[in-house]
Each structure stands twice: as structure tokens, then as C-alpha cells.
Ligand binder design. Structure first.
Ligand SMILES: COc1ccc(OC)c(-c2cc(C(C)=O)n3cccnc23)c1
Length: 121
């Protein structure tokens, strides 16, 4: 297919996109929607070696970079931990990241992922 023709989503891609939608609802300020730039966060790229955000996750789903649901969980954890490393504890970003990580780990619990995996096989 050339670039313009949409490819059919695999069951794994559908499950991944559904999880990302559920996780993004826990980020109402959209602090995690797009990559953090050095413009809005001075020195960010020299502190954070593995940047991650929801738009990058969506791109990775589209490019079939994720081979499992657990790989999405790893990127989600990295995204939240990055914010808790770069931003000091008292900042809104650090607090938002801790809260997002907590609620996200429920959405990505082993039980939830195991039952989703059953439905994908
Ligand atoms: C104030 O509105 C926005 C809008 C988008 C943002 O990141 C995509 C952020 C943002 C997001 C972050 C994070 C996630 O560390 N951040 C850190 C320092 C300064 N700004 C941010 C803030």
C-alpha cells in the first residue's frame, strides 16, 4: 500500500490504541500529549535520555513497533518517570506524573493485560 492508503489495524494495534485512549483521559492538562521540548523545559534533552509521550506511542503503534502490550506499559512508565526526574517534586508536572503513573498502572495491571492478551490471540 502506498502512504495514502490506510492499512487495516491488527487486533494488537486496536488494543494498544484503546489503552492509550484510556491513559490519555488521565492527563486532562495534556502535559503528556506531545514531546517535551528544550524550549518549554530548558536542558530537557541533556537530562532525559529516553523521551516519551502519548503522540510518540501512537506513532509507534501505527508503525507496528510494539510487539506486545507490555512494551507499551514500559514506554508509559518511562514517560512518567522522565517527568519525575526532570521536574522537582513540588512542581505541577512532577505531581501530575506521579498521579498519572498511579492511575495508569491500574489501567495496565497484569490482570487487565492478561485478559486483553486472551482476546487478541
Ligand atoms: C503548560 O503547558 C504545557 C503544554 C505542554 C507540555 O508538554 C507537552 C507541558 C510540559 C510537560 C512537561 C513534562 C511532561 O515534563 N513539562 C515540563 C516543563 C515545562 N512544561 C512541561 C506544559
Amino acid at each position: 500500500l502506498d502512504k495514502l492508503e490506510e492499512k487495516e489495524q491488527t487486533p494488537l494495534q486496536e488494543a494498544l490504541n484503546q489503552l492509550i485512549r484510556q491513559l490519555q483521559r488521565k492527563d486532562p492538562n495534556a502535559f503528556f500529549s506531545f514531546p517535551v521540548t528544550d524550549l518549554i523545559a530548558p536542558g530537557y534533552s541533556s537530562v532525559i535520555k529516553r523521551p516519551m509521550d502519548f503522540s510518540t506511542m501512537r506513532d509507534k503503534v501505527k508503525k507496528e513497533c510494539y510487539q506486545s502490550l507490555d512494551e507499551l506499559k514500559m514506554d508509559f512508565r518511562i514517560m512518567c518517570e522522565n517527568a519525575m526526574i526532570y521536574n522537582k517534586q513540588e512542581t505541577i508536572y512532577h505531581k501530575a506524573a506521579r498521579k498519572l503513573l498511579h492511575s495508569g498502572m491500574k489501567i495496565l495491571s497484569q490482570e487487565r493485560l492478561d485478559s486483553l492478551k486472551q482476546s487478541i490471540e
